[in-house]
Design a protein around this ligand. Structure first.
Ligand SMILES: Cc1cc2nc3c(=O)[nH]c(=O)nc-3n(C[C@H](O)[C@H](O)[C@H](O)COP(=O)(O)O)c2cc1C
Length: 273
């Protein structure tokens, strides 16, 4: 196949999906462009058959982050080769990769390769670390190498060959970790839901009102001075928490300690070609 260029379509509030996709794209060696869907719906989402597309999104609750799906809903290919990539916080990616594959396949793309990588969990903190620093150097090297192999496969083929993403075997957890997490979820479900959805809180003494958090919120949920968060718009991505220069924002969730305890064992990326 004569691929002329590549494009990365990405939704990545805390930047891990973006890092993985950039490394993979760099590895494949074609001239590339980034179509960023993190802050708004991109104007142009139509792709030519001689372009290789990487679409990278985070996993939320075992599925593709719903706002990502909304933002990329207009994607359209015409027999265009594509690599769906899901990035998850070392717990599980569950149905997300099949969902993304089904979505792109219905829109005129051919899935020629697929991958699930680990990124630092959005809820990770000093107290409750979850996959800290991922993707790390090893992940990035794996992503680059995978990109190189994709390019080699495409240059040897006459037409894009679809892969079956259900063949990808996810990393396993110990039975103990899985059971502990399932019981925790069941307990959470039995609890009375709070009247207002939980959102990151602001330490008013630390906050300088710089507005960086408001600028980086993918859904416009934060007031320009950073002091108020609209619970209906907040997607809990924690971009505001991670980007605050004075650590004035925190998201207190019972999930963080549980995830930190149950999913401390490093999971490696899984790829399909
Ligand atoms: C609301 C929410 C739900 C999440 N659900 C999962 C999940 O089901 N499994 C998992 O392993 N990680 C989960 N994560 C962690 C993210 O998938 C992970 O941090 C990812 O690297 C974020 O991607 P980004 O840096 O591109 O925003 C969740 C994060 C958030 C904010």
């Amino acid at each position: 196949m004569n691929i002329k260029s590549s494009a990365i379509v990405v939704f990545s509030p805390t930047g891990t999906s973006r890092k993985v996709a950039l490394a993979m794209c760099e590895g494949c060696g074609y001239p590339s462009r980034v179509v960023d869907a993190t802050y708004k719906t991109p104007d142009e989402l139509t792709f030519a058959p001689d372009e290789l597309v990487f679409v990278a999104v985070p996993v939320y609750g075992g599925m593709v982050a719903p706002l990502a799906m909304q933002r990329i809903a207009a994607m359209q290919g015409s027999g265009t080769p594509i690599v769906p990539i899901v990035v998850y916080g070392n717990r599980a990616y569950e149905g997300a990769l099949s969902q993304l594959d089904g979505f792109v396949t219905q829109r005129g793309f051919v899935t020629v390769a697929a991958a699930a990588f680990v990124g630092e969990h959005s809820y990770s903190s000093k107290e409750h670390p979850i996959a800290v620093g991922r993707p790390d150097m090893t992940d990035i090297a794996d992503a680059r190498n995978f990109g190189k192999r994709i390019a080699e496969k495409l240059s040897a083929a006459t037409a894009p060959q679809a892969v079956d993403v259900t063949q990808l075997v996810p990393p396993r957890d110990s039975l103990w970790s899985k059971l502990r997490f399932v019981f925790f979820i069941l307990r959470q479900r039995r609890r009375k839901k709070p009247a207002v959805k939980p959102v990151p809180i602001v330490d008013d003494e630390r906050c300088k009102g710089c507005g960086k958090c408001a600028h980086l919120c993918p859904n416009g949920a934060i007031s320009p001075d950073g002091r108020h968060t609209d619970a209906h718009r907040c997607i809990k991505c924690c971009a505001c928490v991670k980007s605050c220069p004075v650590q004035a924002r925190m998201f207190n969730t019972p999930y963080a300690p549980m995830l930190s305890q149950c999913f401390a064992t490093r999971k490696s990326p899984v790829t399909l070609l």
